[in-house]
Design a protein around this ligand. Structure first.
Ligand SMILES: [Zn+2]
Length: 322
C-alpha cells in the first residue's frame, strides 16, 4: 500500500505519496484554508481524495500539524492555526473520509522521517531537532515515536536555557508560552536575531549575521559564538537525560555549516563526565521531512491495526496451522 502524508502549515499544505521504498510518486501544494473549521475539514478531505484519484488506489493516511491532539481530551492544542484548536480534528476527519488517519505534531513527523530513512537511519534512538523560526523536537526509538500522557515528548523548546547567565545571555526573555528563558527564545533562528539586536544593538536576519561571521565581524562572531554555546548547553541536557544514539538537526539554522564544526566539542563541557560522542547530523530531507514522516506515520497506524486484528483473530479462533 502506498502512503499519503500531509504536512499542514500555517500558510500552505503539502501532500506527498510515497511508494513502499519511500520514493515520491505524487506531490502537490495547496494554500491552508483558514476560513472556518468545517471549510478546513472539507479542504483536507478534498486533498486526500485528489491524491487517491491521482494514484488510483487506497492509501494509508498520515497528517502532520502544528499542534497536538491532547491524549486526554482528544482536542487539538497548541496550534498556530487557531481554527483547529479545541476541535476534535482526528475524529472529525476520520468520520468525514471514512478511513483511519494518523495525526501527529509536525516536529514528531520530522523526527520519524529522519529516523526511518533519513540521516538517523540505522540508529536506535533518534532525537530530531528543528531549529527554525521556533525550536521543536521529537524522539523516535526503534522507528516508533515516543509519545506519552501529555503528548509533549520532545518539546524541549520550552525547557529553560541551562546555565543561564544574564551577563552572557542577556536580559530575561519572556516566551509566548508564559515562561521565562525558554530555549526557543535563544537557540531558534528568531532567537539568534533577537539576541543580535538586544545584546549587541544590531539588526540583521540569520543569513546577514552568518555573512558577517564569515567576514570576521567581531560583534557577529561574539553573538554567534554565544549562540553555539547555548545550542551546546541545550543539546547536552538532552544527552544527559536520554543519551540518544544520534541527534538529527533540521530547520533553517541546520543549513549553516559552521553549526557543526565545534558543537560536539562544546557539548562535552556540559555533558556529565565531560566527553561527548553523540553524532550530530543535518537532516537528509530538509523541509520535506515533515510530510514524509506523516506518510510513514499513517502507514505505521494501518500496520498496527492490522497486527491487532490478526492477534484478536488468533485469540478467538486459534492461530491457523497449529
Ligand atoms: Zn516557552
Amino acid at each position: 500500500m502506498k502512503r499519503l502524508g500531509l504536512d499542514i502549515g500555517g500558510t500552505k499544505i503539502e501532500a506527498v505519496v510515497l511508494d513502499e521504498q519511500g520514493n515520491v510518486v505524487y506531490r502537490q501544494r495547496y494554500p491552508t484554508c483558514k476560513e472556518n473549521y468545517p471549510a478546513f475539514l472539507n479542504s483536507i478531505s478534498g486533498i486526500i481524495q485528489e491524491a487517491e484519484k491521482h494514484v488510483s488506489e487506497t492509501l494509508s493516511i498520515g497528517i502532520g500539524l502544528p499542534g497536538t491532539p491532547d491524549p486526554q481530551t482528544h482536542l487539538i492544542k497548541n496550534s498556530n492555526i487557531q481554527i483547529i484548536n479545541k476541535q476534535h480534528f482526528v475524529i472529525d476527519i476520520t468520520e468525514l473520509i471514512g478511513k483511519p488517519v494518523a495525526v501527529a505534531n509536525d516536529a514528531n513527523c520530522f523526527a520519524l522521517s529522519e529516523a526511518i530513512d533519513g540521516s538517523g537511519m540505522g540508529f536506535h534512538a533518534v532525537f530530531g531537532v528543528i531549529l527554525g523560526t521556533g525550536c521543536g523536537g521529537g524522539l523516535v526509538v526503534g522507528q516508533h515515536l515516543l509519545t506519552g500522557p501529555n503528548a509533549c515528548s520532545g518539546e524541549w523548546g520550552h525547557n529553560p536555557l541551562p546555565h543561564y547567565n544574564p551577563q552572557r545571555d542577556g536580559i530575561t526573555s519572556r516566551c509566548y508560552c508564559g515562561q521565562d528563558n525558554c530555549l526557543e527564545s535563544f537557540i531558534s533562528g528568531t532567537g539568534l536575531e533577537r539576541q543580535y539586536h538586544q545584546n549587541y544593538s544590531k539588526h540583521g536576519k540569520v543569513p546577514d549575521i552568518i555573512s558577517l561571521v564569515r567576514a570576521n565581524d567581531v560583534t557577529a562572531m561574539q553573538c554567534w559564538d554565544n549562540f553555539l554555546d547555548q545550542v551546546a548547553r541545550a543539546l547536552a541536557s538532552v544527552v544527559n537525560l536520554l543519551d540518544p544514539d544520534v541527534i538529527v538537526i533540521g530547520g533553517g539554522v541546520s543549513n549553516i555549516a559552521e553549526l557543526y564544526t565545534s558543537l560536539q566539542q562544546r557539548m562535552a563541557k556540559y555533558v556529565f563526565g565531560n566527553s561527548c560522542g553523540t553524532p550530530l547530523i543535518a537532516a537528509k530531507y530538509g523541509d520535506s521531512s515533515g510530510v514524509r514522516g506523516a506518510a510513514w506515520l499513517g502507514h505505521q497506524k494501518i500496520n498496527q491495526a492490522f497486527q491487532r486484528n490478526k492477534e484478536d483473530a488468533n485469540e478467538r479462533y486459534g492461530a491457523s496451522g497449529n
